[in-house]
Design a protein. Structure first.
Lengths: 111, 211
């Protein structure tokens, strides 16, 4: 039981920073006059814990400034850096790498 | 059958078929999964080189029998169904290592294989897990199933809460059927579960961290 108590304490302690931390959407706010905004319509977006993978995978892409996942709409909003492009094939590859299925991409979405 | 083999077999039969966690992360991701209940504690740390495979260390300590299994576990996402309002998964798990039983008894090679499936919407979760073990003269199969409901549907990045009921069947255990009501919380990359197994009168505490 001592080990269980120690493990429970470690789990509680490790949880505290996560609960107190509001995870940033991968990067700083978009600059004024920022880049293109895309909305990827994605299937399988039902679990926040699993969808963290999208923020990790898509957010690491060089062209991406910010990523936001909308579970209720099944959408991933991708704000690109000014002057950067990301084609549908690249988006599809990123979404699949994160474990999901891309349905379509809407471009030049209003901010 | 020598009593030590029977007892060791029972301990290995307590290698539960945990229905709690999806064993494959995103490509390039690491995951640490730890489970504690009245029968055993386990730790599985794995790496997912792809979105369909993971491999890592699996260690389990059986409290009743004071025995340890140490080995490697490979997980394969056999099939995923991504739908607009749901996701279904089918996994295959394979483990091989060494079971270290009673003091004075030599460790023996051991292995297990399992299949896990789950289906989830934003409100409901169901899963089923079956695991077969092979430890010398002991070969056994255990099952686990979960049904969960999200009383509140939270948005991305917020704290999520699920109420779940877990039912397990370990045919060779003193209590073959156990029921565990539990709560699951997750926010960001951290997931925590806490519950109470009615038949064993023991608490359950699991956590998973993806990094």
């Amino acid at each position: 039981m001592k080990l269980i108590k120690a493990l429970a304490l470690s789990a509680a302690l490790s949880m505290t920073p996560a609960l107190g931390h509001t995870a940033p959407e991968t990067s700083a706010m978009a600059e004024p006059g920022g880049g293109e905004i895309l909305v990827a319509n994605v299937n399988g977006l039902v679990c926040d814990f699993c969808a963290q993978s999208i923020r990790k995978i898509v957010g690491q892409e060089d062209a991406v400034q910010k990523v936001h996942v909308d579970l209720s709409k099944g959408q991933v909003r991708i704000d690109l850096k000014p002057g950067k492009k990301l084609d549908d094939a690249a988006i599809e590859k990123l979404i699949r790498k994160a474990g999901y299925s891309l349905v379509s991409v809407d471009r030049n979405v209003a901010k | 059958m020598p009593s030590r083999y029977l007892a060791a077999g029972l301990a290995l039969a307590a290698l539960a078929a945990p229905a709690s966690a999806r064993p494959v992360s995103y490509a390039g991701g690491w995951t640490a999964m730890q489970e504690n209940n009245g029968m055993y504690s386990s730790l599985h740390v794995h790496y997912s080189p792809t979105a369909t495979d993971s491999i890592g260390l699996y260690v389990e300590q059986n409290w009743d029998m004071d025995q340890t299994f140490t080995g490697l576990q490979y997980n394969r996402l056999v099939r995923r169904w991504n739908a607009p309002q749901s996701q279904g998964n089918l996994y295959f798990k394979l483990g091989a290592g060494v079971a270290d039983p009673f003091q004075g008894v030599e460790a023996e090679a051991a292995s297990f294989a399992g299949i896990a499936a789950d289906l989830e919407t934003r409100r409901v979760f169901v899963s089923y897990d079956v695991r077969a073990r092979d430890f010398g003269e002991d070969e056994s199969v255990s099952h686990a199933a979960r049904l969960g409901v999200a009383p509140h549907i939270a948005e991305f990045g917020a704290l999520h809460t699920w109420a779940m009921l877990q039912v397990e069947n370990h045919p060779d255990a003193d209590e073959p059927i156990t029921v565990t009501p539990l709560l699951r919380f997750f926010k960001g990359p951290l997931l925590v579960e806490t519950g109470y197994t009615l038949e064993e009168e023991e608490f359950l505490l699991n956590w998973t961290w993806r990094f």
